[in-house]
Ligand binder design. Sequence first.
Ligand code: ADP
Ligand code: MG
Length: 334
Amino acid sequence: MGIDLGTANTLVYVSGKGVVLEEPSVVAIDKEKGPRAVGLEAKKMLGRTPDNVVAIRPLRDGVIADFDTAELMLKHFIRRVHDGRNPLVRPRMVIGIPSGVTGVERRAVEEAAKEAGASEVYLIDEPVAAAIGAGLPVSEPTGNMIIDIGGGTTEVAVLSLDGTVLSESVRVAGDELSDSIMLYMKKVHNLVIGERTAEDIKIQLGSAYPTEEDEPIMEVRGLHLLSGLPRTVTIKAPEIRESMSEPLSVIIEAVKRTLERTPPELAADIIDRGIMLAGGGALLSGLDTLISHETGIVTHVASEPLSCVVLGTGRVLENFKDLERATNSYARYE
Ligand code: ADP
Ligand code: MG
């Protein structure tokens, strides 16, 4: 079993079957009765819960912000995938986790996986898994750069010979882009919108670089700040792009800093091969163009950016002898 424990989405890969589960990393908890929903059902409740129910994103900022809930969620997903199988068969698990997590958090993930029935747990750095899943030749002595833009963190890494040569993780990614839109709507349009609506705007209308076509518009519903009543406002693509410029520049700066620190031979490889973009944030329209423009290096979006990490864990599982090295930066727990 391969697992991508992401800040926004958790995906599970089963050997021989492929990706079998893809759910938001959200848990809804009833303060009196305990867990109420996990995954998509819980995400729908974000911002829509009565006082006694809270919808929690346990990994929100790229670290495990709420350990008990993270454990509960991981166990729930593993159990769901494992349902109906022989309980005596305990799977080997390869789990991708953000490279910034601490030793304590790592152990927490392992413990949770063990309790959920893993026989052996291997942790793999998310950028390494993402690069494998994106089809980069990570085992070769060639420099590859991968940028994984998730919900809570952006990870920029240079890889060679199955390992991370250098990496940088910033806590600015998809969530911050949505937050900026939320703030902008309030400040400029006097419209209060929720997290989900802000994400919809980002996905439908958001862009990082202007396109030549007629730029689209969109109608947004929210609460008018002054009258306190529901209202519909029409917004345009350029203003939304502008509203995201600050978090986008933080991401660009992280990429530039990493490039500056890259040893020259590997930098030459990256110029030849280009930069690979993964994670849901890679789907933001024009982000590849913006990065190419800012760095002067050709930038590609992986073919399935949301699945790169889990596909990478799957390849490690299925080619375990060849790729065990990729999990070697961590100790092995049995
Ligand atoms: P994580 O690895 O942290 O779980 P993901 O790789 O699943 O994160 O990416 C989730 C992020 O990608 C969210 O912030 C989401 O809003 C964003 N996202 C998903 N689809 C798109 C899209 N089409 N355009 C822009 N952002 C997107
Ligand atoms: Mg991720």
